[in-house]
Design a protein around this ligand. Sequence first.
Ligand code: NAD
Length: 297
Amino acid sequence: MNFKNVTIAGSGVLGSQIAFQSAFFGFNVNVYDINDAAIATAKERMATLKTTYAEYFNDADRAEKAYLSLQFFTDLGEATKDADLVVEAVPERIEIKQGFYENLGKVAPEKTVFASNSSTLLPSQFAEFTGRPEKFLALHFANSIWQNNTGEVMGHPGTDAQYVEQVADFARAIGMIPFVLKKEQPGYILNSLLVPFLTAAMELWVKDIADPQTIDKNWMISTGSPRGPFAIYDIVGMETPYNLNLMRAEHDPNAKLAAEKIKREMIDQGKMGISTGEGFYKYPNPAYMDPNFLKSN
Ligand code: NAD
């Protein structure tokens, strides 16, 4: 393993998970965020993750050790002084990421490899700002990385293949199953499949072809899948599909109708998904998990 010291930049939802996971698997982890308030929030997230990891891996000592090993910084140069790898998980906004890479390229040691966790933006959009395009690529995690343990590894045309391999090795070393893409692809593998699937399901609902439970049931019986698209919407939460449809609304009348329907029938009713105890299903015992769900219609 080429990496030992890892800096996670951006300590929000995903950054905190990547940091904790890396520490839990024995790496020296520095956490960087923009100010003391963000670091204070990060520390709260880490305390919650400590409990999650202790329970999930049934190992409170290891979780405690990982928690205590984390170092926090608001100075990017300090945070990356000895970094072998920086994993960037700053907000999904082009100008924020560009600015971040411009700064990072200046302060990080020459040896440091940079990996972006961006869900929708491509490494080629930022490569020139890093000052080291050959050592820059994407390493994309899924939310709840301790259990949804995929690591999608994706270079841009100028990434040196040896760093793709090193980052895939790192992913493996922190308990991920790495998936190396041969080319750049918006949405990687997972979202290239999932987004059109979820969009198609939403369209069936918006056009009132069938109700969400019927759509899920059909999918589950026909494919043997453990859950259908609306159960997945409940996991994702309503905010992301609402925002995505709102963005597309200008050019796509179905997206406009979808955004309106999600707002009116879900968000305004407080049905945000699992996080609020109700979305398309009620939790903690959603109907689709009832053994009788698939037995009739
Ligand atoms: P978030 O908003 O929860 O966290 C972003 C963090 O970045 C915050 O702590 C914020 O203070 C910090 N930040 C803001 N500006 C910064 C800067 N200039 N330098 C350093 N830190 C800065 O966001 P998130 O959901 O964790 O997403 C972060 C990245 O991870 C995005 O690129 C997103 O696409 C990707 N991602 C998110 C998920 C998810 O489910 N949330 C899943 C996979 C990938």
